[in-house]
Design a protein around this ligand. Structure first.
Ligand code: NAD
Length: 476
């Protein structure tokens, strides 16, 4: 049993009714357990955040920047433990767990810098009308609830925590019940840095705990990352109270490969876009659109590349891809394999669970998938790639945009003018040209259409936790 809730600067035992098992997905076995926070404990966490707000929002921006730098430094000091825990609880290969940690560190350092620039953003506004002056004040939104999923727990939480604290908000973070231990590092760091009690609170639990937080009337904003079905519930709670919400939801993103591409290079990008984190990425490029001229050659090489990937336990083997993170996700992906068989899809690689302990599946490729197939239209959240062919640029754009999601896309072409043109035409929040899944802290993150509302990262990520006030004075 682990004491795993950080409320008002203290570590407390969960008093909820759910017992949460923390699993090693490579073995399919639990290695820790904890009790969820009760509804009353969620209330205590929100109350603590409310109590801490007046003092925290009045700290100087440079003081907040010092704390954020402290978070970055302390994450670095916990490097090996955090990498190992992500390998063990998420099933991430070591190099991916390292990238996640570095991403979280970079996020805290970046928002420390933005916090330091805040005073210069509070400035006079020139007015055309005579007799008045006006000035801008960027104020923290207030008490924010942060609800996150399990696929990149350290990173997703950093993307919310760092800008929220930089803006002067106080927070209640609810990690996923699948990975409830990793974000405890943020509470331990808050302790080590002497962050004032109540500025950061962490409550663990399942849907009941998340709903207690998202329904709580003591919040000024909720920022949610997760599935569309829960996102819409969270949005309903926000609408009941007329308060702002940021939603980072699912995706079914396209990778468009033109026939002037180097086939081997394209295969590398395609494989990375669907097998990193075992395909459990909101931004997985799970719909491959390949131009007729290279389609046969590319699919043949792709098949070989996927079959040659080393899949196994990241803690004991040298692997390219680990297991799926939870049994629920493994069952979900397996159900799509069954659907593919029922739909009679042409399977070029994988299409099955691995015959070993743990929640492993083979990297999978279906070719010439019909546009109305469930595998082409629904987010699977696993290493399952569906391919279709196209003839013209217009056709590629139309097919890529034909989705209820709009998170990201990748365009691969030697003709950069064309690639830029296609990037402009795609209805998504982020496009990569001749690269894949390269997320930089200075650029924005978020989707169009069903992929969400709002943006994280960059200055947009900070604005999400700020409220704009103007003070207008009559000189007369
Ligand atoms: P999920 O929606 O099941 O859970 C997300 C979080 O919401 C968890 O902490 C969960 O406990 C909590 N929750 C569950 N029910 C709730 C309720 N009724 N009220 C409030 N909170 C509740 O998602 P998941 O399975 O953890 O994550 C996978 C999904 O997240 C995928 O759809 C993926 O695309 C999406 N995602 C999106 C992004 C992005 O940036 N757009 C990033 C990562 C993951």
């Amino acid at each position: 049993m682990t004491t795993s809730h950080y409320i008002a600067g203290r570590w407390v035992e969960g008093q909820g009714s759910d017992c949460i098992s923390v699993n090693d997905p490579a073995l399919g076995q639990p290695f820790a357990e904890l009790m969820a926070a009760s509804v009353a404990q969620v209330d205590q966490a929100v109350t603590a955040a409310r109590g801490a707000l007046p003092a925290w929002k009045n700290t100087s921006a440079s003081e907040r920047a010092t704390y954020l730098r402290g978070f970055a430094e302390q994450l670095g000091q916990r490097r090996e433990a955090l990498i190992t825990l992500q390998m063990r609880n998420n099933g991430k290969p070591r190099h991916e767990a390292e990238i996640d940690l570095d991403d979280a560190i970079t996020t805290f350092s970046y928002y420390a810098e933005l916090a330091e620039q805040l005073p210069s953003k509070n400035r006079d506004v020139p007015l055309a009308a005579p007799g008045f002056t006006a000035r801008t004040r960027l104020e923290p939104v207030g008490v924010v609830g942060l609800i996150v999923p399990w696929n990149f727990p350290l990173v997703t939480s950093a993307w919310k925590l760092a800008p929220a604290l930089a803006a002067g908000c106080t927070v209640v973070l609810k990690p996923s019940e699948v990975t409830p231990l990793i974000e405890q590092a943020y509470g331990q760091i808050a302790d080590a840095l002497g962050l004032p009690a109540g500025v950061l609170n962490i409550v663990n639990g399942k849907a009941e705990t998340g709903a207690a937080l998202s329904n709580h009337n003591g919040l000024d904003k909720l920022s949610f990352t997760g599935s569309n079905s829960v996102g819409s519930q969270v949005m309903r709670s926000a609408s009941a109270q007329c308060r702002p919400v940021t939603l980072e939801l699912g995706g079914k993103s396209a990778i468009v490969v033109f026939d002037d591409c180097d086939v081997d290079q394209a295969v590398e990008w395609i494989v990375a876009g669907i097998t990193w984190n075992a395909g459990q990425m909101c931004s997985a490029t799970s719909r491959l659109l390949v131009q007729d001229g290279i389609a046969d050659a590319l699919l043949t090489r792709l098949q070989a590349a996927l079959e040659n990937l080393r899949v196994g336990n990241p803690l004991t083997e040298e692997v390219d891809m680990g297991p799926l993170t939870s049994q629920a996700q493994w069952l979900k992906v397996a159900s799509y394999f069954a659907t593919a068989r029922e739909e009679g899809l042409q399977c070029l690689a994988g299409g099955k669970a691995l015959d070993r302990d743990g929640w492993f599946v083979s990297p999978t490729l279906y070719a010439d998938v019909p546009k109305d197939s469930r595998l082409w239209t629904e987010e699977i959240f696993g290493p399952v790639l569906c391919a279709r062919r196209f003839a013209t640029e217009e056709q590629a754009i139309a097919e890529a945009n034909d989705s209820r999601f709009g998170l990201v896309a990748t365009v691969c072409s030697a003709d950069l003018e064309r690639a830029e043109r296609v990037a402009d035409a795609l209805e998504v929040g982020h496009v990569w040209i001749n690269s894949v899944q390269a997320v930089f802290v200075e650029t924005s993150w978020g989707g169009t259409k069903g992929s969400g509302i709002g943006r994280e990262l960059g200055p947009w990520g900070l604005s999400a936790y700020q409220s704009v006030k103007h003070v207008t004075r009559c000189l007369g």
